[in-house]
Design a binder for this molecule. Structure first.
Ligand code: IMP
Length: 200
C-alpha cells in the first residue's frame, strides 16, 4: 500500500450517517486499514455547496482530511432525471424537505414528470478520496433505469420505490438489500475504489 496516500494506515470516513459508515467500513476493513468516522473526531459536516456529485464528495473529504490530518473518504449520491434537466440530482436529499420525507420527494418527481415526458433516470454515487499528500481521486458509479409511479415496495430508502433498473421488472423498493447491492451505483463506485486499493 502506497505510504504517502495513507501515512498512518488510517482512513476517516467523512460521514455522520451510521449506515454509510458501516457499509464503507465493511468494504475497506479487509485492506487492513484502521477506520474511523468523522464523528469520532468531532468533525462537523460541511455544507454541500457544489453542483456536481464529485464536487460535493471532494468537498466533504477535503474538509475531513484537513481536520483529521488523515486520508478521508466521502460519498455523494442522488437521482438524476434528464427530462427534469437533471433534477433532483445533487439536491436529491433536499427534495425530501426538513422532515426527510421521501414520499414528498417522490410526489414532487411524479408531479413534474408529466405523462408525455421521458421517464428515464439514473442513480449516481461519487466516492472521493483525499490524502494528506494532496492526492485527490474520485470513483463514480451509475445505475440506469426508468421511473415508475405509484411508488412500490418497502425495501431500501430514498427514491428506491419509483426506480426500476434496466433489465428488471421490480423497483429497487421491491428488492431486498442483497439483491439491489448486486447492481447499485454505490457498488459500482466501491468496486472502482477497491480496484484502486488493490493496485496501490
Ligand atoms: P447524500 O447523503 O447527500 O449522498 O444524499 C443522497 C440522496 O440521494 C439520498 O438521500 C437519497 O434521496 C438519494 N439516493 C442516493 N442513493 C440512493 C439509492 O440507492 N436509492 C434511493 N435513493 C438514493
Amino acid at each position: 500500500m502506497k505510504k504517502s496516500f495513507f501515512p498512518n494506515n488510517k482512513i476517516v470516513i467523512a460521514s455522520h450517517n451510521a449506515g454509510k459508515v458501516r457499509e464503507i467500513r465493511d468494504l475497506i476493513i479487509p485492506f487492513g486499514f484502521e477506520i474511523a468516522s468523522a464523528a469520532d473526531y468531532g468533525c462537523e459536516e460541511p455544507d454541500e455547496t457544489e453542483t456536481t456529485f464529485e464536487g460535493n464528495a471532494l468537498l466533504k473529504a477535503r474538509f475531513v482530511a484537513e481536520h483529521c490530518q488523515c486520508a478521508a473518504l466521502a460519498d455523494d449520491s442522488g437521482l438524476v432525471v434528464p427530462a427534469l434537466g437533471g433534477e433532483p440530482g445533487v439536491y436529491s436529499a433536499r427534495w425530501a424537505g426538513e422532515n426527510r420525507d421521501f414520499n414528498v420527494a417522490m410526489a414532487k418527481v411524479s408531479e413534474r414528470l408529466t405523462p408525455d415526458m421521458d421517464t428515464r433516470a439514473y442513480f449516481v454515487c461519487a466516492l472521493a478520496l483525499v490524502c494528506p499528500d494532496g492526492t485527490e481521486l474520485t470513483f463514480t458509479g451509475m445505475c440506469h433505469g426508468r421511473l415508475q409511479f405509484p411508488p412500490k415496495g418497502t425495501f431500501g430508502f430514498g427514491y428506491d420505490p419509483i426506480f426500476v433498473m434496466d433489465g428488471q421488472m421490480r423497483t429497487f423498493g421491491e428488492m431486498p438489500y442483497e439483491e439491489k447491492k448486486l447492481y447499485s451505483h454505490r457498488t459500482e463506485a466501491f468496486k472502482k475504489f477497491k480496484t484502486f486499493l488493490e493496485s496501490c
